[in-house]
Every structure is written in structure tokens, then in C-alpha cells.
Design a binder for this molecule. Structure first.
Ligand code: PMP
Length: 369
């Protein structure tokens, strides 16, 4: 018997805005083919593993001390990387880092959202945006995407102007649907926004679109670009997210971050992963090539596939998406039911994993879906 198991969540003095809500819950199952959380399928190289191990070993000698609270060395390396990746000259004062971009988003809402404030997103989009809003008691506002999941820029400008949210989320490429927001449209929405605009570029490296980092100079009080090492850098387990913004926005986040939030071990291993960045990022092209193959083969099997600039694709149409999700699982393939009617999302994996997924897909298409 588990001590305390007689009480349920409903009986706790929980804050009203959390009552009845569900936790983030992508299933973590042990099956042969795992294509459900948009991870990078390429494991770290032997050289990267050795560098992480050696860096952590060296850092362990300092474990009796707190880490650098401001993670200056790591932020400097992130600034160098993002400058190269985006063509926008960014310095250490423009960068901030945290335990995954989820923590970045949480810190942003702690500083710029909160009680009496609102955050607006265009749905369907990343499920954590409303969850982090609830967690910070920021009122979540929803606006729509088009039927093909693209964003109607004029409509978005109208929503932003009419509802005047303190924070706007723009996810580009959008998870779970896949396409990016063209930069001209993005700029126009930022221009119309009264407050902070968080451009969530978790999948930025997979897209041809220029980064919204280009807009920081023009809109220093508004634009925040959120990025992560979880996807292109194949570092999801290392938990390292970051943002680029004006120095003032980075300074504001110091008010809400917990001191020493990035451990010595995290800072050391993230820098090791960045040293091997060129090698890791060369895998992005392989994933994009595989995405194109998966899209073509799904279409050939009769599926509708939503345009994607990311490392996943949303596809359909299923008569009953959750029943079909289970049929993939029965065949050892874990994909994602993101709650969009008639659709499922698959992460692009290794060629062999994609082959198994496509095989099951063809079999489903040949029956009744
Ligand atoms: N933003 C988007 C759009 C995502 O899809 C994800 C991961 N699924 C994240 C942020 C958070 O990733 P992490 O915390 O691993 O950086």
C-alpha cells in the first residue's frame, strides 16, 4: 500500500486554473520503432560521447561549488553558433540558456505573463504553450489556423490587434503541423503586437526560412527567438534550450530564473556537444532527405500529407485516428496522436525505422485505415 494514496488530486487545495487539467503526456513506451517526440534519430558519435564524458569528468572536480549562474562560457558558444546559423551578429548579451526550451518559455511567461495577463497562440500548435500559461497563471487565448494549418497573416494581425495579448506565440516551423511562417508575415504580426512575441524555432535548423533573429534589432522590446539543442543537435537528453533577444529582455529574465538553474554538468556537456556541432548538424540534411522520401511514399500510398519544414510530418486522413495509432503500436511503431481529427504525426527516423513505418502505413492504407 502506498502511503497517502487515499487522497486524490481533486481533493487538494489546488489553484482553480489547474483544476481538471491534464499533464503533458507523450507516452514513453519501449517498442522497436519510436517516432513520437520529434527527437533526432542519430545517436551521438563516439567522439562526442568521449568529449562529453571527459568534460563532465573535469567538471566533476568542481561539484562542491555552484555553477556559473550566468553560464557565460556556454552563452558565448551559443551566440557564436547562432550567429553562424542565422547570419545575425549576436553576442553573449543576446543569449540566454535554460533546461530545455520549455524552461525558456516558462521563464518568459514568468516575466512577461502572469496573473491578469494573456498569451495568444494559433492552434493547433505546441501543446506546452497553454500548459506553461496555466502553470504561470497567464490566461491562454486561442486563435485559429487555416484548414490546411497555414497561418492567415491578415487574420493573425486582426486577432493580435483586437485582443492585445501580453505575449504572442508564433511557432515556426509549427509543431505538430510542420510548415514555417514566411518572414514577411511574421514581421507584420510582430509589428501589430502590443507586447512580447515569442517565435518558437525549436525546428529552425530543418527549415529554409530565415530566423526571426533578424527582427531583434528592429523590435528590441518585442522579439524573442526560442531555440533548442533537443532536435537538430540531437541533445534532447542533455536538456538545453536557449533564446536570442535584446540584452534588456535577457536582463529581465534574471528576475525570475532560479539561481544556478543550469548545473555544472549541463553546462559542460552542452559545450562539448557544441564543439561537435558541425558533425551533428550534418545529419540534418539526411533527415530532410528522409522526410522528402517519407512524404512521397505516404502520398503514393494514398495519404494526405501536410507540408513540413521540420523533422516530422502530419498525415491522414484516418476514419478514427486513435484506433489507427493503436494499430501502428501493435506493429511496434510508436507515433503521435496529437488530437487533430483524422490525422497522426510521425517523427522522421533512421532510414530503417522509416521503412518499418511506411510498411505499416501501406498495410493500413490497403485495408480501411
Ligand atoms: N517548442 C516546440 C515547438 C517543441 O516541439 C518542443 C519539443 N517538443 C519544445 C519547444 C521544447 O523542447 P525542449 O524543452 O526539449 O527544448
Amino acid at each position: 500500500k502506498v502511503p497517502g494514496a487515499s487522497i486524490s488530486v481533486d481533493e487538494l487545495p489546488l489553484r482553480d486554473n489547474l483544476r481538471g487539467k491534464s499533464a503533458y503526456g507523450a507516452p514513453q513506451l519501449t517498442v522497436p520503432v519510436v517516432l513520437n517526440t520529434n527527437e533526432n534519430p542519430h545517436p551521438p558519435s563516439v567522439a562526442l560521447i568521449a568529449d562529453v564524458a571527459e568534460s563532465v569528468r573535469a567538471a566533476a572536480a568542481e561539484l562542491h561549488r555552484y555553477p556559473d549562474r550566468d553560464a557565460i562560457a556556454l552563452r558565448g558558444k551559443l551566440a557564436e553558433y547562432l550567429t553562424r546559423a542565422t547570419g545575425v551578429r549576436l553576442s553573449v548579451e543576446n543569449l540566454w540558456a535554460a533546461n530545455g526550451s520549455n524552461e525558456i518559455l516558462q521563464q518568459l511567461l514568468q516575466a512577461f505573463g502572469g496573473p491578469g495577463r494573456t498569451a495568444l497562440g494559433f492552434v493547433p500548435s505546441y501543446s506546452m504553450h497553454p500548459i506553461i500559461s496555466d502553470g504561470t497563471t497567464t490566461t491562454w487565448l486561442e486563435a485559429k489556423r487555416n484548414a490546411d494549418f497555414s497561418l492567415d497573416v491578415d487574420y493573425a494581425i486582426g486577432e493580435v490587434a483586437a485582443r492585445r495579448p501580453d505575449v504572442v506565440f508564433l511557432t515556426s516551423p509549427n509543431n505538430p503541423t510542420g510548415a514555417s511562417i514566411p518572414n514577411a508575415g511574421l514581421r507584420a504580426i510582430v509589428d501589430a503586437a502590443p507586447g512580447i512575441v515569442i517565435v518558437d524555432e525549436a525546428y529552425g535548423e530543418f527549415s529554409e526560412q530565415p530566423s526571426a533573429a533578424e527582427l531583434i534589432e528592429e523590435f528590441p522590446a518585442k522579439v524573442v527567438v526560442s531555440r533548442t539543442m533537443s532536435k537538430a543537435f540531437a541533445f534532447a537528453g542533455g536538456r538545453l534550450g536557449y533564446l536570442a533577444a535584446s540584452p534588456a529582455i535577457v536582463e529581465a529574465l534574471q528576475l525570475v530564473r532560479l539561481p544556478y538553474h543550469l548545473s555544472v554538468l549541463t553546462q559542460a556537456s552542452a559545450q562539448a556537444a557544441l564543439r561537435h556541432g558541425d558533425e551533428t548538424l550534418s545529419g540534418v540534411a539526411t533527415i530532410i532527405a528522409e522526410r522528402k522520401r517519407v512524404v512521397a511514399e505516404l502520398a503514393a500510398a494514398g495519404f494526405e500529407v501536410v507540408d513540413s519544414d521540420a523533422n516530422f510530418v502530419l498525415f491522414g486522413r484516418f476514419a478514427d485516428a486513435s484506433a489507427s495509432w493503436l494499430r501502428y503500436l501493435d506493429d511496434g511503431v510508436l507515433i503521435r496522436d496529437v488530437g487533430i481529427a483524422a490525422h497522426l504525426r510521425v517523427t522522421i527516423g533512421l532510414r530503417t525505422e522509416n521503412d518499418v513505418f511506411l510498411e505499416v502505413s501501406r498495410r493500413l492504407a490497403a485495408t480501411d485505415l
